[in-house]
Design a protein around this ligand. Structure first.
Ligand code: SF4
Ligand code: SF4
Length: 335
């Protein structure tokens, strides 16, 4: 059986998605490629080829001498200045990376955006976006980007947006393995073309602060144990990802580390228009409520929950360690 060939390119990003990918475990990245019959044609950080050898490879793909099954782009597409893309030229070619990405996308059976930069523009597109950074098929929340809304790969797929900043290593490896096995279907992608294997969940699912959320017992400052939705900007009830079900680096997540979820799998997460660690409110009520709960219900539930908060949960929420331990019942009596 022929191997599935993968080419990894980088443009306007920080390289963090590659660092994340290298944290794939059980099996590690190279073992996984071997087991799944995947051939990595080239990766700028992991491969020995450089200069002319890389250009020869790229030309061989364009000429049809080498079949390209999956093109992965990490980092946004740099379209500046003035749409020329020449802020990021490919060394030795006097042509923009934008040009190469477009030409190679036309040859690939599947095109994958590895991370939110490649999917939507991401951090590179923040602020004035002087480099004219976009995603492959999105410009922030809008369709467009380099390839446009109607673009499809040779296999009839849109760009597969494995969004996240960085993206989780297993979101990438699972998608590649599914493609290698011919098991990924269009139905397996959500409305933003992210794999539903991770976006059918919320970051809130499995968060270790769920008990505090239930009672609306909120963290007030950095390091507090309570839920970070009310005061510290947590978007976990809206963010679509399985970060607390499928932890990172064998056991962690932003929430476990004490950081609020900033919804990095969503387009334009980089422009919240307030500090990431603050919750914007109107009349004391957070603006960003859970997406599928009417505001009036949330307000009613929150006031009921607050009235019923056990002293243990209330005290621990605003502390950086457990100050009141859960009590146990022994033979019908509390100890
Ligand atoms: S998505 Fe985030 S981690 Fe990945 S390249 Fe862009 S800025 Fe870096
Ligand atoms: S801190 Fe965020 S993810 Fe965790 S329980 Fe609160 S709202 Fe949910």
């Amino acid at each position: 059986m022929a191997k599935m060939s993968v080419l990894w390119l980088q443009s306007g990003g920080c390289g963090g998605c590659t660092i994340s990918l290298l944290n794939a475990e059980s099996p590690d990245l190279m073992q996984l490629f071997e087991l799944a019959n995947i051939e990595l044609l080239w990766h700028p950080s992991l491969s020995e080829y450089s200069n002319q050898q890389v250009l020869d490879l790229l030309h061989a793909i364009l000429n049809g001498q080498i079949q390209l099954d999956a093109l992965c782009l990490e980092g946004s597409v740099i379209q500046g200045p003035h749409g020329t893309g020449m802020f990021h030229a490919l060394a030795g070619t006097n042509q923009s990376m934008m040009h190469w990405i477009k030409a190679l996308s036309a040859k690939a059976k599947y095109v994958l955006a590895a991370g939110s930069c490649a999917a939507f523009g991401g951090i590179t597109a923040a602020g004035e976006n002087l480099v004219e950074a976009t995603g492959l098929q999105h410009d922030g929340k809008n369709w467009g980007g380099l390839l446009g809304k109607e673009w499809c790969s040779k296999a009839g797929f849109p760009v597969i947006n494995i969004a996240g900043c960085p993206t989780h290593p297993n979101w990438i490896t699972d998608t590649l393995v599914q493609l290698a096995l011919g098991q990924l279907q269009l139905d397996d992608l959500d409305e933003l073309h992210r794999p539903r294997a991770y976006t059918d969940h919320l970051v809130h699912h499995g968060c270790s602060r769920n008990e505090y959320y239930e009672y609306k017992a909120s963290a007030e400052q950095a390091g507090d144990l309570g839920c970070m939705m009310e005061h510290r900007g947590c978007l976990g009830t809206q963010a679509r990802a399985d970060c607390n079900i499928r932890p990172w680096n064998g056991g962690s997540s932003c929430l476990t580390g004490g950081y609020a979820c900033i919804n990095c799998t969503a387009p334009q997460f980089e422009e919240p228009h307030h500090a990431f660690g603050e919750t914007p409110k109107i009349a004391g009520i957070p603006i960003g409520l859970p997406t599928d709960m009417p505001k009036a219900w949330f307000v009613a539930l929150a006031s009921l929950s607050k009235a019923a908060t056990p002293p243990r949960v209330r005290s621990n929420a605003t502390s950086d360690r457990v100050v009141i331990a859960p009590s146990s019942k022994v033979k019908g009596r509390k100890v």
